[in-house]
Design a protein around this ligand. Sequence first.
Ligand code: PXL
Length: 244
Amino acid sequence: MIVMSIAGVDPSAGAGVLTDIKTFQAIGVYGTGIVTALTAQNPYKFFSTLPIDEEYISEQIDSVLDAYEVEFIKTGMLYSPEIIKLISKKIKEYNLKAVVDPVMVATSGGDLTKHDLAESLNKYLLPKAILTTPNITEAERLTDFEIKTAEDAIKASKKIVCNNIITGGHLDGINTINIEGNVKIKKQELIKTDNLHGTGCNLSAAIVAYLAKGNTLEDSILKSLDYVYESIKNGNYGTLIAKL
Ligand code: PXL
């Protein structure tokens, strides 16, 4: 089982492609990684971004898919509307099943893009996705609708153009899952910590790994919520580290 992450590189390895690969490995699938941008950052401070040319992102994708059979991918930081359009084209070309993490702002507060990506995500990428995994802020941007309560989250989930989970880290741990219009709530205990950097990346990567292992979309989401919860409890080093 070979999966793919298309995302940015966080050199501190808490977020982006590096943590995605660790999550894939921890769940037992082989991860490949396409780089959309380099960043200079640590969990507490975001310094800068260096985007990769679209042509070169395209070549990375083609080079991996030329050799490997991949069914499930996730997308993270995509940086620009042009890159979003490119990925949308590749999903169609290679018939990929994509989980889209609609990354717009880093946990540390750094902007991961200069652009307003919500419009192009809605127009080009989400209609082709099997799931999107916004947090509250991202769901608000995608829907232009303010989320203050659990009821608001349900309303927003119905406005999003594809299956979605709106994560509840900033809503008392209330995760809102909408699959084919059926909305379910999964509440989780919140863990007190100052290190949540990359937890969104790990969630979408875990979902892809569980899907590749043959789980249904709903089971993949539920197992991934547990996975990320356990990971945060263990210090959020991106993944669960095998006990030696
Ligand atoms: O968690 C969002 C995210 C995604 N991708 C990259 C990041 C971050 C947050 O810092 O750096 C590369």
